[in-house]
Design a protein around this ligand. Structure first.
Ligand SMILES: NC(=[NH2+])NCCC[C@H](N)C(=O)O
Length: 395
């Protein structure tokens, strides 16, 4: 039996991967925010409460919630012989000053597997190891606050996964975790085809990958994902998967278009949520179709192309509606970024009430989840989750 089954964005969600926020959010200071790609410092206690609420809502929908930190620890428990190599790899990629390698390794190995994985995510300060030196940089290894966004380091595509080369140095270590889990955890090992590898050169992130159905993917070329990466991935999915077409949206390369899912998401067979930016910029981006025969530019409007691909006339719900202030505010707080739990049923940040109202009027059922602290990292319910199993769609 296959271990991953994600052939759409909307099929009933059965199993999802997340990360419960931990000490990493208390290892953020203003000077580090820009480099670590986190926009503010969340209040840890409330961020955890909000996240627990989010996962409770998922469980109520009958979804199995898995935690990346637990899966990595379990994979290490199951394969004690691989621990040394895993720790060496983490240190090699994460240590800020090689001269502390020995101390840092000794420290990590003194922890239980679960504590160690959480520590790798939380970051380690020099003072925790009793180190005081002339270099005032406080961390032996930086925190990884964006592990919260399990959408990005890998993506489930059909029965396989793409393991990503991340655009930023700060996020690249995050992919060590899913890479280890898919290769070694007994639930997945040797049974999940890889359509991309973290060692490959060109960047690609999961927020840009939309699984439209069994044969079509929609992928954004964005600040984070390059055309070359998509072309390389296309060869693998065409050869090893069920895929026949990739629709590529070549978006403007700005932070507002950080990932495709910050401006466009699917909510039902024929419904998408989009930010006005995507329509205001239609002339600024090109649309391509990649098939096994090659890449061609498509000179049609996005709505027409999507309607053709899903075989129905597509309706777009505008994030923030026609009020440009509401649109700007709600997109900033991930108003376009919903997790679909079943066709026409989504989990959304409750603060984005203008967009929620428009979705409800369009017949979408919206489950609201709190977001005062979670939204400070610039990611919504879709960014915080990676589906591992969705029921297949009745076409
Ligand atoms: N799929 C997404 N939109 N993820 C959002 C990631 C946000 C994160 N702070 C970053 O800059 O990488």
């Amino acid at each position: 039996m296959s271990k991953i089954n994600v052939y759409s964005e909307i099929g009933k969600l059965k199993s999802v991967l997340v990360h419960r926020p931990g000490d990493e959010v208390e290892n953020l200071v203003p000077d580090l925010l820009e480099r670590l790609l986190f926009d503010d410092i969340p209040f840890k206690k409330v961020a955890i409460e909000e996240h627990d609420r989010f996962t409770d809502l998922l469980r109520r929908e009958g979804v199995e919630v898995l935690y990346i930190e637990r899966l990595v620890a379990e994979a290490l428990d199951q394969n004690p012989n691989l621990k040394d190599e895993f720790v060496n790899k983490f240190i090699k990629e994460g240590i800020n000053d090689k001269k502390y390698t020995k101390e840092f390794k000794k420290y990590l190995l003194s922890l239980s597997n679960f504590e160690m994985v959480n520590k790798m995510i939380a970051g380690t300060k020099k003072i925790e190891l009793g180190i005081h030196d002339e270099n005032h940089y406080p961390f032996i290894a930086d925190p990884l606050p964006n592990v919260l966004f399990q959408r990005d380091p890998f993506a489930s595509v059909g029965n396989g996964v793409t393991l990503h080369k991340m655009w930023s140095v700060t996020r690249n270590r995050e992919t060590l975790f899913p890479d280890f889990v898919f290769k070694n955890h007994s639930r997945f090992a040797n049974d999940v085809p890889h359509f991309y590898e973290r060692e490959w050169e060109e960047p690609i992130e999961g927020g840009d990958i939309m699984v439209l159905n069994k044969e079509i993917l929609v992928i954004g070329v964005s600040q984070r994902t390059s055309m070359k990466a998509i072309e390389r991935m296309s060869k693998e999915v065409f050869a090893k998967g069920t895929y026949k077409k990739i629709l590529v949206l070549d978006l403007p390369k700005t932070r507002a278009f950080m990932h495709l899912d910050t401006v466009l998401t699917n909510a039902d067979y024929d419904k998408f949520i989009a930010h006005p930016l995507i329509f205001d910029n239609v002339d600024a981006f090109k649309i391509y179709l990649i098939t096994p025969e090659g890449k061609t530019e498509i000179k049609k409007s996005l709505i027409d192309v999507l309607s053709e691909l899903v075989g129905k006339s597509v309706k777009i719900i505008k994030c923030g509606g026609d009020d440009e202030i509401a649109a700007g505010r709600e997109q900033w707080n991930d108003g376009t970024n919903h997790l679909v739990v079943a066709p026409g049923k989504v989990i959304a940040y409750e603060r984005n009430w203008v967009t929620i109202d428009l979705m409800e009027k369009a017949g979408i059922e919206v489950i609201k989840t709190p977001s005062a602290e979670l939204s400070r990292g610039r990611g919504g319910p879709r960014c915080m989750s990676m589906p591992l199993w969705r029921e297949d769609l009745k076409q």
